[in-house]
Design a protein around this ligand. Sequence first.
Ligand code: 5GP
Ligand code: MN
Length: 341
Amino acid sequence: MIDLSKYTKELSNLFSSAENILLISHINPDGDAIGAQLALYHYLKVQNKKVTLLSPNYLQEFLKWMNGAELINIFIRERAKSKKLIAEADLIVMLDFNQANRLGEAEELVVQSHAKKIVIDHHLDPSDFVDLIISEPTMCSTSELVHELVCVMNGKQFISKPYAEALYVGIITDTGNFEHGSYSSRTFRIVAELLDTGIEKEKILNLIYNNFSSDRLRLQGFALNQRMVVLPEYKTAYIYLSKADLLSYNHVKGDTEGFVNLPLSIKGIHFTALFIEKDTFIKLSFRSKGRFPSNEFASLYFAGGGHLNAAGGEYTDSLDNTIDYFLKVLKENVWRFEDDI
Ligand code: 5GP
Ligand code: MN
């Protein structure tokens, strides 16, 4: 087990001396970012701390039901209020990211704020823009890390139901419901403790995974039938969706979540990419099996990052040109598949 005591003394001191704590998730927050943010919120509230919550942009539908989600201020919706929250905070905790640009439009205000700043995260290569970096890439999720820190700091077991629910959401979403290899036996011990609080796992699974529109399912069928390209010679498959494609299926935020994983089920495919056309750029998601470093690929060519097997980035060009560029750099990286498993 990792020794977290190297962080917890300073973390406890920062929490106890703070009067006004602001917890921030990353832009396009996923289940782990919101799960870790809300779990820490529920923990700190029980310690009678003043805590406020901020997300750079909107939450996806499948996370809005969570206990405390309604308290998260959305920077791009409530700019004046959000700026005030940042200005008033004396401690800012950032969850599930380690680069300042993941703060979106809040970046400058947060970086320049006089508050003490902490990052709690499980991605590789944290950048040094805060006072305390708690970075543990071996953890399956930031939610798992938050729980481990709380266990050390609290000295005894702290688990309330809303806290357990938030952690459970973070863990299941970041491991793809225990499909990705990033979880450990420790993860299952934690999950066992969470389930012991009586959280309704069936209900939570349905709210997260079985809560989509029929249009979303049809969009998935369309993407696989009409927009998937398989390149066996490169062990790669990719899916692309234009703005018009999304519009014709009444796309809402979150609808394409998970599409990038689908082609990994094809035998011999070790690397997948998803291209989504946005207003001014193309958003890319990458997934890999084995040792192909999605994060290195994302950061080298698409100004992004992430984990070895799950990463993302952006490219500012047309959809066609982005795909051409992707194919060009993919060919340059084909050697990376050679010692792949
Ligand atoms: P997703 O494909 O689910 O959007 O993202 C997968 C992983 O890649 C996440 O862990 C996320 O942190 C990372 N990621 C996605 N997009 C970006 C990006 O634009 N920049 C960076 N640095 N990481 C990203
Ligand atoms: Mn995460």
